[in-house]
Design a binder for this molecule. Structure first.
Ligand SMILES: [Zn+2]
Length: 148
């Protein structure tokens, strides 16, 4: 009983931190098949082919708050639920893996493992020219829209 309470507290406190401090664009780019296109919308957000339905056009909008919404199938969620779906992972393993990849400190836990291969892949994407150029272009559009 007590153990369950500790676990829930851990989750509540840290889920929002991981959502806030990770990056949904990096996560979207970690798709192993690399068959999906990422586009920058007019507003400066990113869109990608949906991970929840067979999507020919990039219908899934990625928001800067690390949440997503599919214009076609209406599926919505956050960076953690997207990561779980993409890599077929459990919640806590996803949380730990994202925290490790984005240098977010979580309380020490011994019974959940991070997926080290995915941590490395996410870190490589964060450092890549492709990601940084996309981010810069998106940010410029966002800025332009906020001024206008
Ligand atoms: Zn969809």
């Amino acid at each position: 009983m007590e153990r369950k309470c500790i676990k829930q507290k851990y989750n509540r406190l840290n889920v929002s931190r991981v959502i806030k401090k990770s990056d949904i664009l990096v996560v979207a780019m970690s798709d192993s098949k690399k068959m999906r296109k990422i586009k920058i919308t007019k507003r400066g957000t990113f869109s990608i082919n949906c991970f929840y339905h067979d999507d020919r056009h990039p219908s899934m909008i990625l928001f800067p708050e690390n949440r997503f919404y599919c214009l076609s199938c209406k599926k919505r969620g956050n960076v953690i639920s997207l990561f779980m779906k993409m890599h077929d992972m459990e919640f806590l393993e996803s949380l730990e893996t994202l925290a490790a990849a984005f240098d977010i400190k979580l309380p020490k836990r011994s019974y959940v493992q991070t997926n080290q291969e995915l941590v490395e892949r996410l870190k490589e994407i964060r450092a890549s020219l492709e990601y940084n150029e996309l981010l810069e272009k998106g940010n410029q559009k966002l800025l332009k829209n906020s001024i206008n």
